[in-house]
Write a protein that binds this ligand. Structure first.
Ligand code: FPP
Length: 245
């Protein structure tokens, strides 16, 4: 019988996180260390994105959310922002067919309307081409900020109250969750951050309430499938108590 790659990796298939969120940090430092332009780091980082998407699909992860561009990232030098947008567009065009073949459904969370029109077009094409897929759900966080996401949710809920469609006492945690970009998917059980910084950087603040956090010093372009497997093994060894004893 053909063995399953996830078995080879020695992972307990029944105890995988269903949703992994990743803060992909360290592209700039990777480039600096090699005396290269920061954009080279992002280019190499895009290769790591491909590898991680493929690996998560093979391992059997159901939801993967990658922090590719934050609302704060708009303040980077114009050339770097433009280069990131070009890379994104290239990624969408070059990976679309692979997502279709591998049964991956693609989505973007964040202020899509702030992205260049040509990137928005490719996002829509990729969403359309993958909308019926159910092997893995890939979310790219683009122009994403968790506080803005929560403000947006609060405004939508307030409007419902104002118009009499919702009573104040009917507002629950579910109400908030259902107004976030991630309304239709479960919260991440595992948050991975590369690049060694011990912060959340305005990523999925509401959704990671009970997530296990794994921070690695490895810079994103150097992150490997092996390290992903190691992190998953470590996750499987953790005792998740959700505040209970
Ligand atoms: C953080 O590194 C990374 C980003 C701001 C962007 C992430 C982008 C990619 C991984 C490549 C393109 C993405 C796709 C989906 C094709 P940094 O520049 O903050 O690194 P530093 O902390 O070392 O400066």
């Amino acid at each position: 019988m053909k063995s399953n790659p996830a078995d080879i990796d020695g992972l307990d298939k029944s105890a995988l996180p269903s949703h992994i969120a990743v803060i992909m940090d360290g592209n700039g430092r990777w480039a600096q260390k090699k005396l290269l332009n920061r954009v080279k780091g992002h280019e190499k980082g895009a290769d790591t994105v491909r590898m991680v998407v493929r690996s998560c699909r093979e391992i059997g992860i159901s939801f993967l959310t990658l922090y590719a561009f934050s609302t704060e990232n708009w303040q980077r030098p114009k050339v770097e922002v433009s280069a990131l947008m070009v890379l994104l567009k290239k990624f969408l065009v070059s990976e679309r067919q692979e997502m279709v073949i591998n049964n991956i459904r693609f989505n973007v969370i964040g202020e899509k309307e702030r992205l260049p029109a040509n990137v928005q077009v490719e996002i829509q094409r990729t969403r359309d081409a993958t909308k019926d897929n159910d092997g893995m759900y890939l979310n790219l966080a683009l122009s994403y900020g968790a506080r803005s996401e929560i403000v947006k949710a609060a405004r939508e809920i307030a409007r419902q109250v104002q118009s009499g469609r919702l009573s104040v006492d009917a507002i629950t945690q579910k109400t908030i969750s259902s107004h976030l970009y991630t309304a239709d998917i479960p919260d991440p059980e595992l948050l991975i951050r590369t690049g060694g910084e011990m912060r959340i950087s305005n990523f999925l603040l509401w959704q990671i309430a009970y997530a296990e956090i794994a921070v690695t010093d490895t810079l994103w372009p150097d992150f490997t499938r092996n390290e992903l497997i190691q992190i998953l093994k470590e996750y499987q060894g953790r005792d998740r108590r959700f505040g209970r004893v």
